[in-house]
Write a protein that binds this ligand. Structure first.
Ligand code: LLP
Length: 393
């Protein structure tokens, strides 16, 4: 994955920093596009996974739409070349300002998650004399078989409308004068690796779609959300099996004419193209274990501390004998670890450490806790093209 030449270049840069392999991003985008095109499925990249402007410009170039969850994400999407007509605006807690902004931008759709939100959007649309297209985000009560903290589709979650709320909307179909209820939306969780879960989702989607169509709603689009997982254990296995993923929907969803079908992948698009690079500050040992203290911590990559996530870790500077190490960050938090009891080659101060699969929910979730600076970012194309100068972006 890393040539000697690249490692030598990376070693010259102040750590910690994010390194994005843009060639891999292009490959991933081509792969998802080819797989989706087979069924005319439409993609809205979930900007929350990585809102880096350079990456967004590459993604929008492929003609994808954007899935946004804040007014600022909509602004970022527009700035980076996504078309208004391909932007969806989701989120369980949209503010009035954000709704007004979305209304003013003529985006494709607002995905709604509560009765109150629907009433507010109707009221705000009425104020400016606009008919707004919305989709109903339904909570299908499905277990996504992923980490509990990134599961969104069960009844106990705050996300989506319940079946009772859906029935209420059906019975009060004509009370929303300024809304066009034209879509249904689902998203049951993230980092889903058991693809049967998506087959179960289709069963629910089929019944909601049928119920609404039979009740006279003109549902023009069905949005299945995101959630496809990536391989954190083996990041060399870089491109998720998009063909297999879409084939599940093609097989299990009862396709209807006059409807379009939408997906919102985030992690599966950008997850593997980002790597966090860090240097070893200290190696300390006690009776129990040796601990590597890195100069990157949960401020740069929160996922291990928040979801007990495993990101593969590699020492790019050493080929020494393997020993067990804990790998920790410098932050004053007990959970500031990237891994425990990991087999790594003998590690010393100054070694360059790569933490893989950090392209999704890495940079975007960074914080300035302990008043640390945000990590810089570098891109493969730039690093490799210019022989002498390193480009800091
Ligand atoms: N659509 C909706 C409505 C979502 O809420 C999400 C993610 C996506 C699409 C994209 O899902 P993806 O394809 O990336 O799984 N910070 C967590 C993940 C939170 C996901 C939130 N919603 C993590 O680092 O694992």
């Amino acid at each position: 994955m890393f040539s000697i030449e690249l490692i030598n270049k990376l070693k010259q840069i102040n750590t910690p920093f994010y390194y994005y392999d843009t060639a891999l991003l292009h490959k991933t985008l081509m792969s998802v596009l080819e797989a989706a095109n087979q069924y005319n499925y439409l993609i809205h990249y979930a900007i929350k996974a990585n809102a880096n402007e350079k990456l967004l410009r590459i993604i929008s170039h492929y003609g994808f739409g954007a899935d946004c969850v804040s007014g600022h994400e909509i602004k970022r999407a527009l700035k980076c070349g996504f078309k208004k007509t391909q932007i969806v605006f989701a989120g369980v807690g949209k503010t009035d300002d954000e709704i007004n902004y979305a209304l003013s931008q003529d985006i494709f759709c607002i995905n709604c998650e509560s009765l109150q939100e629907i009433e507010i959007i109707n009221k705000l649309a009425l104020k400016i004399g606009k008919k707004q297209r919305i989709a109903l985000r339904i909570n299908p009560d499905i277990e996504a078989k992923t980490h509990v903290n990134i599961s969104t589709g069960t009844k106990s979650a705050k996300f989506g409308l319940s079946s009772n709320e859906l029935e209420f909307i059906i019975s009060n179909k004509d009370s929303f004068s300024n809304l066009l209820i034209e879509g249904i939306h689902f998203h049951i969780g993230s980092q889903i690796t058991d693809l049967n879960v998506f087959a179960h989702l289709c069963v629910k989607v089929n019944s909601v779609n049928k119920r609404l169509l039979e009740s006279g709603f003109k549902i023009g689009h069905v949005n299945f959300g995101g959630g496809l997982g990536i391989n954190y254990d083996d990041p060399e296995n870089q491109i998720p099996d998009f063909k297999k993923y879409f084939a599940i929907f093609n097989k299990n969803f009862v396709h209807t004419i006059n409807q379009s079908f939408h997906f919102e992948p985030g992690r599966s698009i950008t997850g593997q193209c980002g790597i966090l690079l860090s240097k070893v500050l200290y190696v300390k040992s006690n009776e129990k274990i040796k601990t590597i203290i890195l100069d990157a911590g949960l401020t740069e990559l929160l996922r291990p501390a928040l979801y007990e996530a495993n990101h593969k870790i590699m020492n790019l500077s050493s080929k020494g004998i393997e020993t067990l190490y804990d790998v920790a960050g410098p932050i004053c938090e007990t959970t500031d670890y990237f891994g425990r009891s990991l087999k790594l080659p003998e590690t010393k101060r100054g070694d360059l450490i790569a933490i893989f699969s950090a392209g999704a929910y890495g940079e975007v979730m960074a914080s300035r806790y302990n008043l640390r600076s945000f990590a810089k970012k570098y891109y493969s194309s730039k690093l490799l093209d210019e022989s002498n100068k390193l480009n800091i972006v």
